[in-house]
Ligand binder design. Structure first.
Ligand code: PLP
Length: 389
């Protein structure tokens, strides 16, 4: 019989695979299921980016192994975008690593910094991949509760002092998945101060960095003085350019961490297909109207959904960014029992908050990943269940 390594036992259970299975059962029974449970962008990649890949695919240069840490032109393109969008200076050679999507970097940084038994501060609720990285490194998580009364920002002064003094790494993620909260300048400054004081490396997950509503562009962690000394930012093309399937991400900032990430990657991959790197550079350098359009599409969906939710009496805070909404569960339900009822009786998939951590209980996450009419229809179906008096 196989004897799997212990680290596999440490991985968090795939909470959401159960959800996907239940939804597939409903679809197989012929029901018209509205899936608001996943975080998978529903719209296609802009055509000029696809065209760049098509052309690059014909170039034999890209049929060979790419340079191990990726092509310089792509690192320059992302550095230029950060300069333009955030006024941040990055040295393409030493302060940029190219990743297979942001996700790999979130696991790799834990491999770079954590020994078995080390502590990592992780947001609760939070994106479950942070847990995987920490678990694979054999390290321990100390959860930072994100509470609504604090705007879903961690309260550093309330964390257990012993965990803070032992912590080597921490994750922050704004615009936030799953709470849709956006951080302000003072939170970023406070984080830098906290990290510098306790010698903790900050890993800022900026996956939803482009998606800010009402004309407010979310702030990059790297915009703030001292950020590069304490950490890195993970940036990805998945959401900004509807390129989730292309798997392009970056680790930006502290050169020592960028070096370590490249070192780990050398042993796993040999960078992304060159044609994809060409197309990724085109996304970053080409016209940015597609990004503005994407933000206005999500904002339109948010507004349509919130008008409908208000009408049926489901009161919640309107998100300022990301493409999620984080809605409080009505009385008498847990996040999971509500999700089950919505699926069984309204044929709507939502993500129960408990899947993102203990402090996610009491909420469900609905994605703005389908058209306005479908979102309105979802609200109508929910209305029929009479959940709100
Ligand atoms: N971080 C957060 C918070 C996410 O929600 C996601 C994707 O859903 C990612 C990172 C990973 O993105 P990717 O690996 O596609 O770059």
């Amino acid at each position: 019989p196989m004897r799997p390594a212990q680290r596999l036992q440490e991985l968090p259970t795939q909470f959401f695979s159960k959800l996907v299975r239940k939804a597939s059962e409903q679809i197989a029974l012929g029901h018209d299921v509205i899936n608001l449970g996943q975080g998978n962008p529903d719209r296609p990649t802009p055509p000029h980016i696809v065209k760049a890949l098509q052309q690059a695919a014909e170039n034999p240069l890209y049929h060979r192994y790419p340079p191990f840490s990726g092509f310089g032109f792509l690192k320059e393109a992302v550095a230029q975008r950060y300069k333009e969008d955030y006024g941040v200076d990055l040295d393409p050679e030493t302060e940029v690593a190219i990743l297979f999507g942001g996700k790999t970097g979130l696991v790799e940084i834990a491999q770079c910094l954590l020994n078995p038994g080390d502590v990592c501060l992780v947001p609760d609720p939070g994106y479950p991949d942070y847990w995987s990285g920490v678990a694979l490194a054999g390290a321990r998580m100390s959860f930072m509760p994100l509470r609504e009364e604090n705007g879903f920002l961690p309260d550093y002064s309330a964390l257990p002092a012993e965990d803070v003094s032992q912590a080597k790494l921490m994750f922050i993620n704004y615009p936030n998945n799953p709470t849709a909260a956006v951080a302000d300048a003072s939170f970023n400054k406070e984080t830098i101060e906290f990290a510098a004081k306790h010698g903790i490396v900050v890993s800022s997950d900026f996956a939803y960095g482009a998606v800010g509503f009402d004309g407010q562009r979310p702030l990059s962690f790297l915009q703030f003085p001292g950020a590069k000394e304490v950490g890195v930012e993970f940036y990805t093309l998945s959401k900004t350019y509807n390129m989730a399937g292309w798997r392009v991400g970056f680790c930006l900032g502290n050169p020592e961490i960028v070096r370590m990430i490249n070192l780990i990657q050398d042993h796993y991959y040999c960078s992304l297909f060159g044609g994809i790197q060409v197309a990724a550079a085109e996304a970053l350098r080409g016209p940015q109207d597609c990004v503005h359009e994407l933000v206005s599409v999500y904002q339109g969906r948010r507004d349509a959904l919130f008008v409908a939710l208000d009408r049926i009496g489901w009161k919640a805070a309107k998100p300022a960014g990301s493409f999620f909404t984080w809605l409080p569960v009505p009385k008498g339900y847990t996040s999971e029992s509500l999700a089950d009822r919505l699926l069984e009786e309204a044929k709507i998939v939502v993500a129960p908050g408990i899947g993102f951590g203990t402090h996610g209980e009491g909420y469900v996450r609905l994605g703005l990943l389908t058209g306005e009419e479908r979102l309105q229809e979802a609200a109508e179906r929910i209305d029929k269940l009479g959940l709100f008096g």
